[in-house]
Design a protein around this ligand. Sequence first.
Ligand code: XUL
Ligand code: MN
Length: 322
Amino acid sequence: MSKRNYKFCFGPWNISEGQDPYGSPVRPAQTFDWKLAALKKLGFDAMMFHDDDAVPDIDGKSDAQVRKESKLLKKKLADAGVAAEMVAPRLWFDPRTIDGAYTSNDPKCRKYAIERSLRCIDVANHLGTDLIVLWLAREGSYIRESKNARKCVDYLVEAIDAMLAHDKKIRISIEPKPDAKRVGCLIESAHSILAGLDTADDIDFAMSFGKLWSLHLNDQNGLKFDQDKPFGSANLRVAFNQVRALERNGYGKNGEYVCFDVHPFRPTKVEHWLAHLDNSRRTFLKLVAKARSFDEKQAKALIKDRNYAALDQLVIEHLLGR
Ligand code: XUL
Ligand code: MN
C-alpha cells in the first residue's frame, strides 16, 4: 500500500501556541486561513473540527448565522480541495458544562449540552460530513457520591438518541466505547495509554466490530496530563503495534482518515511549528513499511514454539533495522 492509500487529517487546534497546565502560550496565534494553507502545504487530505473551530463563539450566534458561516467555511475548504473529516461539540469550556455536560446534575445544563450537540450536527451537515465525534470530557465526577452513575448512563443514551433523531444520516464516534448501529468510536493513542490500556488492542477490539470510524494517533509518556506527543515519539514499539493492528484490519478501506491529534512541544520555535504533523505522518509511513516487511512467517513459527523471547527480539531487531 503506498502513501496515498491512507488519507491524513489534523485539526486547527493541532497548530497550537504552547499552552500547557503549567504555562501560557509561547507562539503567536495564527488565523484559520494560515492553518488551512499549512495543511495544504503539508499535503494532508482533510481537516477535523470542533463546532467552534468551524463557527467561533457559536453559542452567541443565531441559526442563520451558524448556517452562513459554516457554508462559507465549506466553500473555503472546497476551494482548497480539503474535506471536513468530522465535527465535535466542544462541551468542556462553557460554564454550563462545569459539572459535566450530558450527565450534569442540573437539567438546564443537560439541555444546553444536547442543544449544542444538535447545532454541532447542523454544522457537520453544512460542512458535508456525516461524522460527529464525542469526547466525553467531563462526564465523570470529582466526588463519586455527587452523581448517580446508573442515571448518568441513561442521560448519555438520551443525549445520543436525541442526536441520532435530529439527523437520520449522521454517525457518532464516541471516545471510547462502541455501541449501536450508528454509534462507533474514535480511538486516541494517548487516551488508551492514560487508561492503562494498549492502543493496539483497542484498535483490534473496535475493528473486530467494524466500529473504528476515526482515529487520533499521538503518543503519551506515562500517566500525566494529556500530552498529545507526535506519533511514536514516546514508544515506537507501541506505535508499531498500532500500525500493525490498522494494517491487519484494513483501516481506511471505507474512507476513514488517519488523524494526528498531536501538539508541538512547548519550546518549539515558530519556524518549526508544523514539524510535529509532518513527523507524525513520516513515522506512521515508516511504521507501515516496517509492518509490511515484518517476518510474519518466522513470527508464526516462534509463536507455535511458544518461543516468546525470540519473538520479542525479532520485533526489537526489526525495529532497530538490525
Ligand atoms: C481531547 C481530544 C479532543 C477530541 C475531540 O483530549 O483529544 O481533541 O479528540 O474533541
Ligand atoms: Mn483527540
